[in-house]
Structure formats: C-alpha cells, structure tokens
Design a protein around this ligand. Sequence first.
Ligand code: SF4
Length: 413
Amino acid sequence: MHPGRDDVRVVRADAGHGPPACGVEVSTALCEHFDRSRAELYEIVMATGLRTFSSIVESHGRGRGCDVCKPAVASMLATLAGGHVLDGEAATLQDTNDHFLANLQRNGTYSVVPRLPGGEVTGEGLIVIGEIARDFGLYTKITGGQRIDMFGARVEQLPVIWRRLVDAGFESGHAYGKSLRTVKSCVGTDWCRYGVQDSVSLAVALELRYRGLRSPHKLKSGVSGCARECAEARSKDFGVIATETGWNLYVGGNGGFTPRHAELLAADLDTATLVRTIDRFLMFYVRTADRLQRTAPWIEGLEGGLDHLREVIMEDSLGVCASLDEQMARHVADYADEWAAVLQDPEKLERFTSFVNAPGAPDPSVEFVDHRGHRVPAGMKQGQPTTVPELDFGPRVIGGPRLPVRSSREVGV
Ligand code: SF4
C-alpha cells in the first residue's frame, strides 16, 4: 500500500505563501484529474516511489488522465525513474512530438534536429547532414540555437534518417522535448582576441551534462567568452559570461512572448562551483515549477525571488542540496540517446508509420513546392501564399500606362 497524500511532506518553492493579495483563491490543481499542483505531485511521486501513471492517478487522482496531466507525469517519471520515454505505458503519455521524437510541422511532416554541442560541427558532420538533406529532399535551416534543422521528413522516414545520423556519431537534439535544447556559445579564447575564458569547452560540457533532462518547459543556455556577450547568454534560462577570474552565472532569461534578461545569481565562480550551482538550479526548477512554467516566471513566483533561490541552492537553506546533487548525478550517469535506443528496438520502430495497415506507405496528402530553391509545404495550393509580397524582389512593373485607383474603403482606411 502506498502512503496517502497526507503522509508526504511537500517541499514547495513557494512554501509560506499566504492567500493571493487580491483575495481570490486561484486553483493550482494540475487538471481535473489531479487536485495537486505539478510541484506537489512531483514531491508525491518522488516520495512514494510510484513509477507508473496508472498507479499515480489511482492513488492520488481520478479518472484516466488527459493531455495535460499525462505528459506532465511522463516528464516527472522521466526525471525520477529514468528509462526510455517510449517504454511501455510511458509511450501512451507523451504528446505528439515526444511520441515520434521529432517536431510535427504544419503539413504533417516532421523536423529532424541532431545535437551539435556548443554549436560545434566538423566538416565531415556537415557533409553527412548535407547528404541526408539532399537524399530525402529536406528543407534545411540554421536555427537560433546554433544547430541545423531539417524539415519535411515523413514519419516513416524518421528511423532511416536517424540510422544514418547515429551511424555518423550524431544523437538526438531533443528539439521535440520539454528539456534542454542548446547551450549556445561564442568562440571564446580559442579564436577571439577578446576572450578571457574557453566558452566553447564549457558550453559543450554543459550541453552534454544536461542533455535529455526533462523539465516543466524547454531550457536554453548560452556561454559567452567575455563581457561583450556574443552568445546572448543573458537571454537564456541559465547563461554564463566569462570574467577574468571565473564565470558569472545568470538565471531566468528568455525570449518568446515576454522577453526577459537573466539576472546575476552568482559572480566569479570557479568551474566546479558553477556546474554544481547550475545542477541545483535546474533540479530545483524541475522539482518545484508549475507545468509549462519557464524559469523567469518561476523565479518571480518564489517568495523572496532570486535571493531565496540563492539561499536554497548556494547556502542550502531548505536542506535539499544533497538530494538535488544526487538527482542530477543520477541523470548524468543514466543518460542514453533516445534515437539510438529506438533503432535497436523493433517494437518501438513499429510506431513510425503513416498508416498502420500499410507500413512504409507515404502519406499522399503531403505535398511540397519549390520556393527560393528550397522545398517547402505546398501552402500555395491551399490558398496560403508562401511569399511576402512586399519582399518579393522578382521582376515587376513599377509604372504601367494606367495606374490602378482604389477607394479608401477597399484599402481599409
Ligand atoms: S563574447 Fe567576447 S570572447 Fe566571445 S566572441 Fe564575443 S568578443 Fe569574443
């Protein structure tokens, strides 16, 4: 018999919060199937040792779950229990992107993003990626996170593409997961005359350390080799900027709907202390944030804000640091490439098909058109222009013999 919910001591980041200032009680329930918030449910799962969604919803929730609580619990179990995200019951909990370990695009095809730690890639690696893009007719784009995104793969092509990538030494970039995406870096002391620290080596080390870490939302990072900040580290969930004597650590930055600069958490750290502090920052976030809450609003929601966070992860004010350290050490030790594992498992490979009754048959509704020399979804055929008229610099008549005249109503004035 599992301990009931009252038997579990819940360590909350916002412990001590009173009622909201406006006097309105806001529900923090995860969804209609769980009365607990994500953070509370995480502590329950951690304390009870429950390791399947069925047992968790049976003992601490109700019903069969939904597309809110299932991926949330899948994320918790990925961190707490390890194992492959498509193992057994876990496969049924994942959202569409995690389900196929790829990002679903607007025309029903998927994008493929191999990890390029720190943004580094060899000439040989580029050739492999180029050959795959050419052979499968994939649209290829450099991302903002310093890696290469290949668009337009049909679901049954994903394992074939990943077989070639894995054979060439690439691994999943987790672009599909609520997990670490990239650690962007500038060239640092290797190449730059202004660099004061080796930003690339640190970025590579951080990306390899935290790859695959499932979290409440995506995680981005950056490392700059000096205060000029070419890697834009302060726009990341955790960013590092080199100093003459060590590293400054900034946390809680992001772009997106509400851009925010990261704030200085600690200055002039040596590398070991820096990594330990990031370990704890990430694990405390994974443990206590709400579902789909980025690090910036999470820090804002902490009573005491950044000062409280500093006390918890640098001074161990809650006595949780040993547990956070142990959890991160387990994550690092247990990491395995998700795509390499799929390629070795015939059962998992079976899911990569457009039609269950015709494995390998391509979806005939997927069409492409040529645009600027690239293959893109056939939006034109569905009445959706794929060009921006103002930016179409092809030949055009700028003054004919007759100029069209439109009424103010036609132009919406
Ligand atoms: S951040 Fe500094 S070290 Fe890095 S590329 Fe820019 S100027 Fe060079």
